[in-house]
Design a protein. Structure first.
Length: 358
């Protein structure tokens, strides 16, 4: 079993704000199948994402003969031009030379080239490309043959937990720890698009408690910017989402992707939230508001002309800005029942010298 405190399922989600978090959230934009087999469109995504602020752009590496067969069924039959899932993967794949050019384009754009392999052959290809890290798709978490091949590279590994139970994650993480792998785990829901009730923000906290030495993040497929911003407020280490040029485009994940414009907004929002988490506020210290408190806080006054000898009642009192011109408004009860030693006019401030035995 994996060491570390295990999370106990609860009926309510309690948010914990990680003020200790100092790491910058690593943001991954996944093109996935949005290129629809077009190398030109794939390169267009790199250009479009160049200045969005994302850290990496990720692609799935499909080598059809190594990962699939003509017997693989479509999860959802969406393609008008592919008779089998195997045919679809053939159409979605690129040559090694083309991937070399894609990686070079990413690096020139200042983006890390990332990829998810789906076969041993794909790992070999990515090693020749010299990727910095590996992303493991939800369906590959139990593929220990491939996990071992990747672990032996000594490169960081990001596990997407979409179809995994805690028992399965425990097993995979324990397996990778045998190789001293640098592990990250992403909460993920394998549904495209993901409805709000299935996002699983609570799992982010559970994963952090269960695997305290592992970086935790979210791989999401809602097609909404709110999701990533909300996750950023939980102090995640990594955020991954799909991108498209338009959610009306053809393909299996267009409806669950963010547009390029939304990506700009999301990254800006994540960095804004991140900055706020890195700067906790001490509510015991409000010295920064000293001048403003003098302007906006109020002093006690009267709301009518009152003669000397009048016994002050609640109904006689008003409060006026600024503070310091009269008795502080918070001390109004100390005035009730006190006698005026001199007449006061409507809306005059009240001070201690106006009152008997004040």
């Amino acid at each position: 079993m994996v060491s570390g405190k295990k999370a106990t399922p609860t009926s309510k989600f309690v948010i914990t704000y990680p003020h200790f978090k100092l790491t910058r959230c690593f943001i991954i934009a996944e093109v996935a199948q949005a290129h629809d087999g077009s190398l030109g469109i794939l390169h267009s995504f790199i250009d479009a994402l160049t200045n969005t602020g994302v850290d990496a752009i990720k692609f799935p590496i499909h080598i059809p003969e190594a990962e699939s067969s003509i017997h693989e069924p479509f999860r959802v039959k969406f393609s008008y031009e592919d008779d089998t899932r195997f045919d679809y993967w053939k159409r979605m794949s690129f040559t090694e030379e083309q991937w070399i050019e894609v990686k070079s384009h990413c690096e020139k754009a200042g983006l890390e080239f990332m990829a998810s392999p789906f076969s041993q052959a794909a790992v070999d290809l990515l090693e020749r490309l010299d990727v910095k890290r590996y992303k493991i798709g939800s369906g590959e978490v139990s593929n220990f043959l491939m996990l071992e091949k990747i672990a032996l590279t000594n490169k960081p590994i990001i596990l997407s937990s979409g179809m995994s139970s805690y028992a399965e994650l425990d097993e995979a993480i324990a397996f990778l720890r045998n190789y001293q792998s640098d592990i990250s785990v992403l909460q993920c829901t394998t549904q495209y698009p993901t409805p709000p009730g299935l996002i699983g923000f609570n799992v982010i906290t559970d994963l952090r408690n269960r695997y305290p030495d592992v970086k935790v993040g979210l791989s999401e497929h809602t097609g909404k910017i709110y999701t990533g911003i909300a996750a950023a407020a939980l102090g995640i280490d990594l955020l991954e989402f799909h991108v498209t040029f338009d959610r009306r485009m053809f393909g299996p994940d267009a409806s669950s992707s963010l547009t390029i414009d939304e990506t700009y907004t999301l990254v800006e929002g994540v960095r804004f939230i991140e900055k706020s988490l890195e700067n906790p506020i001490d509510k015991n210290d409000n010295s920064r508001y000293t001048e403003l408190k003098g302007i906006f806080e109020k002093s006690l006054a009267v709301n009518r002309d009152l003669p000397a000898g009048h016994i002050l009642q609640f109904e006689d009192l008003e409060t006026k800005k600024p503070a310091g011109k009269g008795i502080p408004a918070k001390n109004f009860k100390s005035l009730l029942g006190k006698k005026l030693v001199r007449p006061v006019q409507k809306y005059d401030f009240l001070n201690s010298e106006d009152l008997e035995d004040a």
